[in-house]
Write a protein that binds this ligand. Structure first.
Ligand code: SF4
Length: 343
């Protein structure tokens, strides 16, 4: 069955097996980030509308559940090809996801630009995890890297996120993406350390580009720089969770657990029928249209044997449908495997 607004599950380093919901359907966003992996923003806006109506999206999710009830994801993640909080039916969508898949937590990826809107805050209160990004608290860096709609300021976002965190009982995983020479300044690190100390998110994830972004100006930082930032910011989190461990300890635990759990399906290549191979090819292609991935990530996300995934990737690459980029050891995953992508 082919879905228009549901993709995956894909393997996410932060959320495990994540079933993605695209709430925009087009390249509509309130930012036009230099590093955006889905390309240049076509419609730069702060206007909230039912870009993908809740009814349509939730109907697809019901169909997906009926076909996959034996293989549920770790998270349903609201995101897509732009800023999901721009969808004015966000509230109905989050509540609908929880009704349709009651055992699966709902996460929302957001660039934080709409967090000052009370309707957005109220909708997000229903989610189990919110993953806001805030790449720089230095105005000129924020403007250069994220290129937001007019009137959006990093300082206002930072304040509203603090307000939101005080009434939110779910988890906040703050993301900071570093781009070399743009927002990796000492000034930004100092401001973000003060900010993380105040916000006390459950986790902070410092990432960098895993492949070239929409504009060639954006470049990944060195893995040592990313580690220095990751450690410095994680140390600012002192909250204790219910188990008595700090979020810093929790990161290590989650990563270890994820690594242990995230094994590709058994790698004895079964003798696939043509029909099954075609289905595998279709699933790999659909997954890659959403985001670039390595063979192992695809194998884990799609629960397919790695050898089948590699075989399918070879076919698709020879057909010219996908392309392979070199392993990027500066990337968050620090992988030796190549990334495959449709773009
Ligand atoms: S906020 Fe996200 S979707 Fe929007 S331009 Fe930036 S990276 Fe792309």
């Amino acid at each position: 069955m082919k879905f228009t607004y549901i993709f995956g599950p894909v393997f996410s380093g932060r959320l495990g097996h994540s079933l993605g919901l695209d709430l925009l359907g087009e390249r509509i966003c309130s930012m036009d980030c230099l590093y955006c992996e889905v390309g240049k923003t076509d419609e730069l806006t702060l206007d909230r509308k039912p870009y993908v109506p809740a009814d349509y999206l939730l109907n697809e999710l019901r169909q997906w559940r009926d076909a996959h009830s034996d293989n549920l994801p770790d998270y349903v993640t609201l995101g897509g090809s732009g800023e999901p909080c721009l969808n004015s039916e966000l509230d109905t969508i989050i509540k609908g996801c929880k009704q349709i898949l009651p055992s699966v937590p709902v996460a929302v990826l957001t660039n934080s630009t709409l967090i000052c809107d009370p309707d957005v805050q109220n909708a997000l209160l229903e989610a189990d995890a919110v993953l806001p990004s805030l790449d720089s608290l230095v105005d000129k860096e924020f403007a250069k890297l994220n290129r937001p709609c007019g009137g959006v300021s990093a300082a206002a976002i930072a304040d509203c996120l603090i307000q939101f965190s005080k009434k939110y009982s779910g988890k906040i995983f703050l993301e900071i993406l570093l781009s070399q020479g743009i927002n990796d300044s000492q000034e930004n690190l100092t401001l973000l350390k003060e900010y993380v100390t105040q916000l006390q998110p459950h986790r902070v994830d410092v990432t960098t580009l895993s492949r070239p972004g929409a504009f060639s100006l954006a470049k990944a930082v060195d893995s040592n720089v990313r580690k220095v930032w990751q450690d410095a910011l994680a140390e600012c989190i002192t909250r204790f969770d219910a188990n008595g461990s700090t979020s810093h300890q929790h990161i290590a635990k989650e990563n270890t657990q994820a690594a242990a759990e995230a094994q590709p399906a058994t790698d004895n290549p079964p003798d696939l029928h043509d029909q099954d191979r075609l289905a595998a090819k279709q699933r790999v292609l659909e997954s890659l249209t959403r985001r670039p991935q390595t063979p192992s990530q695809l194998a884990i996300a799609l629960t397919l044997p790695l050898s089948i995934v590699i075989g399918v990737l070879d076919i698709l690459e020879n057909e010219g449908t996908i392309y392979k980029s070199e392993p990027d050891r500066t990337a968050t995953l620090n992988t030796d495997e190549p990334f495959y992508s449709c773009q």
